[in-house]
Design a protein around this ligand. Structure first.
Ligand code: NAI
Length: 279
């Protein structure tokens, strides 16, 4: 019998008793992550900008026996993020897993017609929010020295930049999440803190309704958007399980929908063709 132990095997991953912070945990993928983490014995700081939804999500998981607590936070508010990170540490002790998941999706409007405030809002939440989460928590992970994992949620939109509908602003933020995460991975090499980027395909969540409730200006959701989201077939918990398995194998990039590869490859083919055509 081999005595060699794989540190990448699920059994070897020390989930139990560790602490996670999940932004955007009141709904969808964030809620699924909180639930699946809790089922592994992880204690979860659940955070969201929507207080009531957060409280009820948290109560739901607590009723299932999870050790969870709610932290109301707008991820775009840097000072509030720092204060929340301190509060999470006070409540749970050392934090090991950080999921920068909160995000808002605005797609379907031609770029020149996107309201200025909507552009600013999507950048603030999807890009600044991820940077703020990194700045608030990574120094704490470095300090305790027990290792950990940062998961930043991007999107298939970052890998399929031109799917045939308008998603320029959203895709720009999600591409930026890739850039930030790759640099963070370099910064944390050798510290025992892993960094993964999650590229979800369509996951069945209430993102359209939540975006409708949160957007800063009255603005009809373009008709393509609900139709697009209606096609989402993957439950959030399934996506969350895929994330945890990716973390267990220390994957830098995690995808939920491998069948999307031919569409992603089309863009790579365009890039290759440009190089081949270059003088
Ligand atoms: P969701 O709307 O179900 O959950 C997102 C949560 O983030 C909501 O509870 C919302 O209140 C919260 N939130 C929004 N703005 C916030 C802010 N400023 N501060 C704190 N919390 C805020 O959406 P879903 O689908 O679960 O999305 C989660 C992440 O996954 C997002 O980053 C999204 O862009 C990404 N994603 C989702 C896909 C999908 O098909 N559902 C596909 C690709 C990426």
């Amino acid at each position: 019998m081999s005595t060699e132990r794989s540190t990448n095997s699920p059994a070897a991953h020390p989930w139990k008793g560790r602490v996670a912070f999940v932004s955007g945990a009141a709904s969808g993928i964030g809620f699924g992550l909180a639930r699946v983490l809790a089922s592994r014995g992880v204690r979860v700081a659940m955070s969201d900008v929507r207080r009531e939804a957060l409280d009820s999500a948290c109560a739901r998981l607590a009723a299932e026996g999870a050790d969870v607590a709610p932290f109301v936070l707008d991820v775009a508010d840097r000072a509030a993020f720092y204060a929340t990170a301190d509060a999470v540490e006070q409540r749970f002790g050392k934090v090991h897993y950080v999921f920068n998941n909160a995000g808002v999706g605005e797609v379907g409007t031609p770029l020149d017609q996107v309201p200025d405030r909507v552009f600013d809002w999507v950048i603030d939440v999807n890009l600044r929010g991820v940077f703020n989460g990194i700045k608030a928590f990574v120094p704490k992970l470095r300090r305790h020295g027990e290792g950990g994992h940062v998961v930043n949620v991007s999107s298939m939109a970052a890998l399929v930049p031109d799917p045939g509908w308008h998603q320029g602003v959203y895709a720009a933020t999600k591409m930026a999440v890739t850039a930030l995460s790759l640099d963070l991975r370099l910064a944390l090499a050798g510290t025992g803190i892993e960094v993964s980027i999650l590229y979800p395909g369509l996951v069945r969540t209430d993102i359209a309704a939540n975006v409708g409730a949160l957007r800063p200006v009255a603005y009809d959701m373009p008709p393509e958007t609900p139709a697009l989201l209606a096609a989402a077939d993957m439950p959030p918990e399934t996506a969350a399980e895929i994330v945890l398995r990716g973390m267990e194998r220390r994957a830098p990039l995690i995808v939920t929908h491998p069948l999307m590869w031919p569409v992603v490859a089309q863009f790579h083919d365009q890039v290759r063709a440009a190089f081949e055509a270059a003088p």
